[in-house]
Design a protein around this ligand. Sequence first.
Ligand SMILES: NC(=O)c1ccc[n+]([C@@H]2O[C@H](COP(=O)([O-])OP(=O)(O)OC[C@H]3O[C@@H](n4cnc5c(N)ncnc54)[C@H](O)[C@@H]3O)[C@@H](O)[C@H]2O)c1
Length: 339
Amino acid sequence: MRKLVVVTGGSGYIGSVLCPLLVEAGYRVRVLDRFFFGNTIPDSENIEKIKIDSRQIMQSHLQGAYAVLDLAALSNDPAGELDPVKTLDINYRARRRLQELASDIGVERYILASSCSIYGFQDGILDENSPTNPLTTYAEANLRAEESALQLHANGTDLAVTLFRQATMYGLSPRMRFDIAVNGMTLGMWQNGTIPMLRDGTQWRPFIHIRDTSKAFILALNAKRELIAGERFNVGCKEQNYQIMQLGELVAEGIGKKFDFTWYGDPDHRSYQVNFDKVKDVLGFTPDWTPLEGAKEIADALESGTVKPDIYTKTLAWYTELIEWEKRMKDLAPDGNIL
Ligand SMILES: NC(=O)c1ccc[n+]([C@@H]2O[C@H](COP(=O)([O-])OP(=O)(O)OC[C@H]3O[C@@H](n4cnc5c(N)ncnc54)[C@H](O)[C@@H]3O)[C@@H](O)[C@H]2O)c1
């Protein structure tokens, strides 16, 4: 009998790659998602899909679950500023409530999809014990959701809570995102022959492929409880801390084009590097992918037309559009009906 893993936000950029890999790894999956970016999960007898807001999840949605992987969120800094109160509701309070529900009904494992952005921008190489410095509502909500999980752990819950501080991702997904660095650079190079480069290119950031992050989730699900309960892991690898200019060069090389770039934005001197020893030493995690390979797979998909840079692929633009629709609907149909 396959163990059941509940994945909130399972139809997102990471989830749509992770869920089929969970099935391959021998799990059953239940996706709980609003499907803001459509249904991007393949049909499978081992995958159940439920359209639900993460703020409305009830015990019945978790029934029979071995683990909860908590991915549902407004998933970047600018989207998190559209409505900071709602961001805290979705990215923090709904998660705290879910952690408590999971603990109450005897789910064994909970993994939070947090982010390295909670470190803010600090000098030096940051490990799991470095001070945090959340600079946006998105980062603040992640940090609070981590704290509520750790509080449950400190209170002696049987639920093994694990916090994944993920590097910025790249790679091809059925719910594609072109609003993250490698993917956006690849699109720019493919469309215009030039990489959009955030000034001044010397800033450091950590990166990881979505298939590798997915692998880390599976390693943690399979690991002994004492290795992961109450633990924070930076998820990424030392070698994939890059300066943005260097990253652009790799993207161009991956696509096989001459490196060229066009500046955008104000000079961004915010920089950070992350230490990933713990995830390697404790979970045995090593990545299979590099940004060069990630850029190549995306460029190939753009070339063959299997991925299109439509509005669904720009997270902020799509949520902004949805909010516009909501306003129009309220204005046009105060009783909820157009006709
Ligand atoms: N992609 C990255 O580079 C990255 C890096 C670090 C951390 N993370 C975190 O990993 C998680 C997943 O990121 P992603 O890139 O897949 O984002 P995504 O935006 O592609 O996916 C988020 C999913 O959550 C769903 N969702 C949003 N609000 C919801 C709600 N109220 N109720 C139910 N479902 C809701 C969306 O429909 C979507 O399917 C997020 O928590 C994100 O903050 C992502």
